[in-house]
Ligand binder design. Sequence first.
Ligand code: AMP
Length: 307
Amino acid sequence: MSLISVGTMAFDSIETPFGKAEKIIGGSATYIAYSAVNFVTPVKQISIIGYDFPEEEMEELKKRGVWLDGVQRVPDKKSFFWSGRYHADMNSRDTLVTELNVLADFDPSIPENYQGTEFLMLGNLHPKIQLNVIQELKQRPKLIAMDTMNYWMETAMSELKITLRYVDALIINDAEARQLTGLYSLVKAAQAIFRMGPKYLVIKKGEHGALLFHENEVFFAPALPLEEVFDPTGAGDTFAGGFMGYLASTDDISFENMKRAIIAGSALASFCVEKFGPTRLKEISREDIDARITEFKNLVNFEIELN
Ligand code: AMP
């Protein structure tokens, strides 16, 4: 099985209580790819970059099994740029700058060798572009998952609602679920989101873990209590990449397997936050990931006898 990853490949400037990083590599599709390749290859990337996106980063991705045929380079424009500042709790942040640059006129075309891919992860991007990708695929993937964020809710809500009709799974954070539905209760928000189209919903709650909803079932996965969260940027995309990469590698989209995929995604996200940008994701091995998944298992595993 293989996975298509769609989203931004970008530069980010980040401020956390621990320090600042200027113009480092980021972007939703970058994180998705670095995460998913730990479980499945190839990861077929769809994105757009400007003249300034480093060739070494492209080589780094290629080396790990990411196909870049679907990444357009615009020679006379800058790459997407985002800047954010985290609050002291590291769970919430303010966006300081969003410069669309190359993204403003992105019209993705799907390379022929991407057709027939079974899993599709639509990373954070304009919902119209996310829908274009679905419509360009000649065969509907077995599972289409999608991420979005407040920026698109504020600038393209009606397009977002249309795209939602075509996806199987929505992966967002708690604030986004509330903003999308206008409902505070996440259980009520889940039911409202099911009425918009998706059959599965993952709600990420930062250091408080993640919830998976499907029909009347719900599963909860904790986040690993880490001594230090250095930079949460990309944790959501890394989670999504791990989740979809795991599902693609096992080719099983049952609710039971989605529970395992949530743990896989959470394990990857727990590495992502340990250093600025995708740095930590490039260092880890399969053994590191397996050890961390075992830590998750131990964290929630207990025995109790009931009379
Ligand atoms: P996350 O922390 O998982 O929400 O993802 C952060 C990444 O998303 C950063 O690397 C940004 O470059 C990218 N990003 C920020 N805003 C947007 C946006 N409006 N559309 C697409 N990608 C974005």
